[in-house]
Design a protein around this ligand. Structure first.
Ligand code: FAD
Length: 117
C-alpha cells in the first residue's frame, strides 16, 4: 500500500489526481489497483497577500504575550518543521530568555551539588 500526498491547485478533480498518481506509480514500476481513501484539506493556515500587506503579521506579533498567551506554529512561520522550530526558538529567546537562563543555572547548581556530595 502506498500513501501519496498531492498538492493540487483546486482546479483539477479527483479523477485527474488519481490518473496522475497512477502514471507516477507506473513510472516507479507499481500499479494503482484501488484507491483506499482520499482526503482533502486546505494547506497550512495562512492569509492572503492583501492581508499580509495590510499588516496582519504586525498586528499578530503585537499580540504575543498579551493575556499570557503566545502563538507559534505554521500560522506564524510557514509550513515546514524547520520554520516552526526556528520560530519557536526565537519566541523563547524573545520572551523567556531570563527564565530559561535561570532554569539552566538552577540545573547546573544542583548538578554540581550532586557531583561534590
Ligand atoms: C502531509 C504533510 C507532509 C508534510 N511534510 C513535511 C516535510 O517533509 N518536511 C517538513 O519540514 N514539513 C512537512 N510538513 C509540514 C509540517 O508537518 C508542519 O509545518 C508542522 O508540523 C506544523 O507544526 P505545528 O506545530 O504548527 O502544527 P502540528 O504539527 O499540526 O501540531 C499541532 C498539534 O496540536 C494538536 N492540537 C490541535 N488542536 C488541539 C486542541 N484543541 N487541543 C490540544 N491539542 C490540539 C494536534 O493534535 C497536533 O499535535 C508536512 C505537512 C503535511 C500535512
Amino acid at each position: 500500500m502506498y500513501t501519496l500526498y498531492v498538492l493540487d491547485d483546486g482546479r483539477i478533480g479527483q479523477d485527474m489526481i488519481e490518473a496522475n498518481c497512477a502514471a507516477d506509480l507506473q513510472r516507479l514500476g507499481a500499479r494503482l489497483r484501488k484507491v483506499v481513501e482520499a482526503r482533502h484539506w486546505s494547506s497550512f493556515p495562512h492569509v492572503e497577500t492583501a492581508d499580509m500587506a495590510g499588516g496582519f503579521y504586525e498586528r499578530l506579533e503585537a499580540l504575543q504575550g498579551q493575556r499570557h498567551t503566545y502563538y507559534c506554529g505554521e500560522i506564524m512561520s510557514f509550513s515546514t518543521l524547520e520554520c516552526c522550530a526556528c520560530y519557536a526558538r526565537d519566541l523563547v529567546n524573545r520572551f523567556f530568555k531570563e527564565n530559561r537562563c535561570s532554569a539552566i543555572q538552577r540545573f547546573r547548581i544542583s548538578a554540581a551539588d550532586k557531583l561534590t556530595t
